[in-house]
Each structure stands twice: as C-alpha cells, then as structure tokens.
Design a protein around this ligand. Sequence first.
Ligand code: CU
Length: 130
Amino acid sequence: MNGQPALSEAGLIGGVGFRRSIGWIIALLAVWLLQMPLAHGASKVVASTVHIVSIQNMQFVPAVLTIQLGDKVTWVNNDLVRHTASASDSQFDSGNIPVGGSWTYTAKEEGALGYACRYHPGMQATLKVQ
Ligand SMILES: [Cu+2]
C-alpha cells in the first residue's frame, strides 16, 4: 500500500538530491584544486630562511651552521682570493666564488654534510640540515 508512493517519492527526492550532492562535490573540488597551488606557494615562501656563511681569512664563518630543510645558504666571499664551497659527497658544489661574489644553495636533504674549498682543503666546515 505505502510501498508504491514511497518508492516513487524516494526515487524523485533521491534523484534530485543526488544531482545536487554531485554538483556540490564538484564545486568544492574545483575550489580546493584552485586553492592548492596558491596555498603551497605561500607556505614555501614563509618557510624558507636565508643563512649567510662568510668566507674570510681562509675560513668559513660560521664553521658549523644548522638550518632547516628547504632553507637557503648563501656563501659570500669576503676574502682576497677565490674559493669554493664543495660538499664532500658532491651534494652541492659552488664552483668558483670570485672575490666579492656569492653562491646560494637550497638544502634538499637532511643530515650533517661536511664541505671544503677545492683550492684550500684545509678550509673545512659543516652544514647541518634538520
Ligand atoms: Cu679556498
């Protein structure tokens, strides 16, 4: 008795409701997808810090620098001769940093990494990435 109207009623409401739900889900997905790149880019800018290592008197100053993953390190050559900042495991290598020049590296892996100058092997320092 009640089965017939109930079925058609349920079918009608179910059909419209279903289409509305799908519409909302698509709309929400579109908003979410549009906001993703913006949010990602914004968080990247905020998280990145630039650290300076001064090269002076045949030394890296500071000799030990601790940074966060994604941070940048800029080596500035304040010395009288050219130098390099070359990681012992080849993870990074500045190449020549001329007098008055600089070179920037963005930390991509965690861990403590020793580096040295190719021209002056006695110039050694450590970059710790957390
Ligand atoms: Cu050097």
